[in-house]
Design a protein around this ligand. Sequence first.
Ligand code: DC
Length: 652
Amino acid sequence: MAARKADIVVIGGGPAGYTAAIFAAKNGAGVLIADKAKRPLMKLRISGKGRCNLTNNCTDGEFFDNIFRGARFLRSAESRFGPQDIMEFMEGLGVPLKTERGRRVFPVSDRADDVAQALIDEAQRCGVTVIREEIKRIETADGRVTAVATPSGRIGCRAAVLATGGRSYPATGSTGDGYRMAEELGHTVSATYPALVSLTCAEDWCSEAEGLSLRNVRLTCRKKKKVLFSEQGEMLFTSEGISGPLVLTLSSVIAGEDPAELETWIDLKPSLDSQTLDKRLLRDMQEMSNRAFKNSLGELLPKSLIPVIVRLSGIDPDRKVNGVTAAERNRLLELLKHLPLTITGTGGWNEAIVTAGGISTKEVDPRTMGSKLVRGLYLAGEILDADGATGGYNLTIAFSTGHAAGIAAAEYLKEEDPGTEKSGDGKEKTMHAIAIDGPAGAGKSTVAKAAAKELGFIYVDTGALYRAIGLSALRNGVDINDREGVSRLLTSTEVDLRYVEGEQRVFLNGEDVSGEIRTEEVSMAASAVSAQPEVRAFLLDLQRDLARKNNVVMDGRDIGTVVLPDAKCKIFLTASPEVRAMRRYKELLEKGQDADYEAVLEDLKTRDYNDTHREIAPLKLADDGVEVDTSGLDLEGSIRAVIDTAKERLGI
Ligand code: DC
């Protein structure tokens, strides 16, 4: 099988992984994301209750006030890609944003899926390939990353970004595999704890108040004499204990503490000091002197908390209020200002929004996210020992560290590029690439071939590669629409392009199949398999490799947009459907075949639709591409138009 290769493998398709992949690719690297989950970005899709609170519209100072662990470490990455940059980036990807209470930023659509899709689309535009495969190990030699190992083989690479996330929400694929891989390479992983999570309490009465939400209370937690947490806000009771915004924050602050050493209480009336509250109690009691004690607290407490407080106060519920003693009133006062809770644990990994703890940031360069132990290894996102409050801070960490890692990994490749071909004087040779994309029947192959001949470049017909895979499926009886079957077939398929007397030939498992791939049946099969991401990923490196080593005129559907996004000359060769259909119709007649112009036109329009609407690498004009419409041109004119454009763009 053809050895699989990429410049950079990003392990984990979450927000940190996608961001790293996008920025590495934008900086010239060939990037592959490997994720074992069925769908990428699963946790992002369910974040913020499916709305995705992707960052916090705050200043740098406010940002760091909300980071529990790793603030110093995050400074450099945040300064280069902080909340405002993330917002600009997302809006630039076509996701309009809005800021809500607590400066929380959401997509205007309230759909986390829109954020996920924008990242997926951008990665695809940048030429990133995504495979659904589990990475088991990162391989190194002489202290550098050389490959990653999957259950079905190796993927050679020069850098790896480990972005597998933490341990929270294991159902989304975050099972903590990355910690083990990092440990195997010598990294220290500090103990991990569920954070931003509900807390369990010993008090049985919590379940009585289950579902009750308290607004404007103060929650305080102390360890011996030291106050660890004291904040005012909202919390609620659950069947097992407490939850809600205040509690989530508290859980992060006390992550890793021994609950037995903690003393926790709620101040139910934080805006009244004890004296003022006592006066208020006295006044209420005078006004309601003839009521039973249990019926006198309606103004003071929410309904479901009244029986709890009455019981804890030890005052007879049926006693008349005027019979309540001063000592009893004091006890009531004490409960309102200091309602004790005994924390016993947390709601666990299935509930935790984030992981506290992880790869020690001491062993990671804060500017690059590069490992200080292994060259070519980068770490990003929740796997790092850095975490923050709810409100978009943790996703900000993922985006910031992903951005830093992606850019640095791409830079690392340039710094010491053992694969780059050097010319005699030691300078890098820059190869010229002309990318020609366009719909079927626009004359791409004829024009590209002629242009290559005149310029002395090699002509690469990438359609032949898809045709070879299509042929392989047909020969092996694999259903061309069975993605998994085709994907399996790839593990025993080798496709190669060779040049015999200046002519491209395509080889399938060592056999020259250049003639056999030109049938209608193979065309159909090629069209089906070319819509499959695994097939596109499989063929990508081969195409890029050819362009790295040769001056090429390469034709296809996604050459300018995906395969060679850095090509200096990108041409979109097209003609009206009618003109293209007429050319094809005449061609068939010349071959002596029976043909119907209307049927040919219909066929062509269907293919156009499929090519431009498929999910992966759809046919379209690259942002920096030039459209050449050959409707009014003859062959000679079309060739001239392409060569003139190429010479101008390449400066040759
Ligand atoms: O250009 P062609 O007809 O030989 O291409 C065969 C199929 O492969 C066609 O259905 C489009 C597809 N293809 C592709 O998806 N991307 C390319 N770069 C080249 C071809």
